[in-house]
Design a protein around this ligand. Structure first.
Ligand code: PGA
Length: 249
């Protein structure tokens, strides 16, 4: 049985003051018996604030990107070892905004995934098609190529630490959500592909859905057999909404 993971992706939002308020509301609202795993992915300058405010809680924290380099003259980059130093558990890799605005290609995403794994971080590898690709019938081919680049470079036993997030680009921040059936179809394709790497581990890999997941659609999405959690953007910035999604899991 896969334990669901509800992950907030704060993107480039927050401040010390607003984070403190959000995290304290999340802690108060979660209580002690949470069925799913809860994670917030904060901007790098706030990771140590998360460590300070969450280390005695059931909420984990992680980053939104990682450098492909180990260390050295790469101005502005943050290495996997640095994220591990901030006690991050997870790191989002290959988010569609990184792919679209920073030109990240599948091979780079794969190499970043290796870096994360080498530093003991669990990568959340994002895949997803654009509207144009969906309308041209390319959805499965696109997400398969995105995932395959990663599967080609990792060891089979690394699947134990891998999380995949299916985020249709047309659903991110738009209020348009894939129907549960549409999402499930893609998740099943991804699960089959993982199984070609290792059948037993593939059954345990969490495949998250992301793209306008909200309190009013979370339950039906999370009820699908291969949807093992959510990667939540906008709704992760409001404690009440994020908590409602956690409860739906
Ligand atoms: P959204 O973002 O929930 O605001 O659509 C999801 C994401 O980009 O991870």
């Amino acid at each position: 049985m896969r334990r669901k993971l509800i992950a907030g992706n704060w993107k480039m939002n927050g401040s010390f003051a607003s984070n403190e308020a959000l995290l304290s509301d999340l802690r108060a609202g979660l209580g002690s018996d949470v069925a799913c795993e809860v994670l917030v992915c904060a901007p790098a300058p706030y990771l140590m604030q998360c460590a300070d405010l969450l280390s005695d809680s059931d909420i984990a924290w992680g980053a939104q990107d990682v450098s492909v380099h180990i260390s050295g003259a790469y101005t502005g980059e943050v290495s996997a070892a640095m994220l591990a130093d901030c006690s991050c558990s997870y790191v989002i890799i290959g988010h569609s905004e990184r792919r679209a605005y920073h030109g990240e290609l599948n091979e780079l995403v794969a190499q970043k995934t290796l870096r994360a794994l080498a530093s003991g971080l669990k990568p959340i590898v994002c895949v997803g098609e654009t509207l144009e690709q969906r309308e041209s019938g390319l959805t499965n081919a696109v997400v398969r190529a995105q995932l395959q680049a990663v599967l080609d470079v990792i060891e089979a036993d690394a699947l134990a630490d891998l999380v995949v997030a299916y985020e249709p680009v047309w659903a991110i921040g738009t209020g348009k959500t894939a129907t549960p059936q549409m999402a499930q179809e893609v998740h099943a394709v991804l699960r089959q592909q993982l199984a070609l790497k290792n059948v037993t581990s593939a059954a345990n890999v969490r495949i998250l859905y992301g793209g306008s997941m909200k309190p009013d659609n979370a339950q039906e999405l999370l009820a699908m057999p291969d949807i093992d959690g959510g990667l939540i953007g906008g709704a992760a910035l409001k404690a009440a909404d994020f908590l409602a999604i956690v409860r739906a899991a």
